[in-house]
Design a protein around this ligand. Structure first.
Ligand code: COA
Length: 153
């Protein structure tokens, strides 16, 4: 997923993969990370995504101390546009609703934004400050449609 959505070096990808595997394994065991996998009839993984049960603060309109966070969404390039991503998002929403969670959170990549919007996700106003500027991650450049680009006189 990271290889497609950000400009990273091979070394960054390798290190990230190792750290993520360790992080995910612990949480899968403790049940605070839940995986959804779409398989072909022969058992080949075509697409997957995870829900991480993220600790969060109670708010006036929502008293929960945990919010499911949808992440690691990926569909094999040869199987995109076949509805697998949508299937995973819907399964994750259903899973969360059945367990009484009041909200599902995520951060969308450019490729994922349309899919999430169609399933009812709204943009929020999250901000962040990078304290490791030397290691800033640049998203891959995606050309905007001509009509949406600001034209200079
Ligand atoms: C985002 C992603 C998970 C969507 O998965 P998917 O299995 O193609 O999703 P769906 O088939 O449910 O399609 C969702 C929408 O994306 C469109 N789409 C995305 N990539 C497509 C492709 N390569 N070919 C055709 N349609 C594509 C579909 O048309 C569909 O829109 P529609 O319902 O209006 O037609 C997948 O493109 C992906 O793995 N991208 C790279 C990693 C990434 O960005 N992950 C998300 C991180 S937040």
């Amino acid at each position: 997923m990271w290889e497609e959505i950000a400009s990273l070096t091979e070394a960054q990808l390798e290190a990230g993969d190792l750290a993520y595997r360790r992080w995910a394994r612990t949480r899968l065991r403790s049940g605070t990370l839940v995986g959804f996998i779409v398989e072909s009839a022969s058992g080949e993984a075509l697409a997957s995504g995870c829900l991480w049960l993220l600790p969060t603060q109670p708010r006036p309109m929502w008293s929960g101390a945990v919010a499911p966070y949808l992440m690691s969404m990926y569909t094999e390039p040869g199987h995109r546009g076949e509805g697998h991503g949508t299937r995973i998002v819907r399964a994750a929403i259903r899973w969360s609703r059945e367990r009484g969670y009041g909200m599902v959170l995520l951060h969308a990549s450019t490729a994922g934004e349309r899919l999430y919007s169609k399933e009812g996700f709204e943009r929020t106003r999250e901000m962040r400050l990078n304290l490791l500027p030397g290691q800033a991650v640049r998203p891959r450049r995606v050309r905007k449609p001509l009509a949406r680009r600001r034209l200079r006189p």
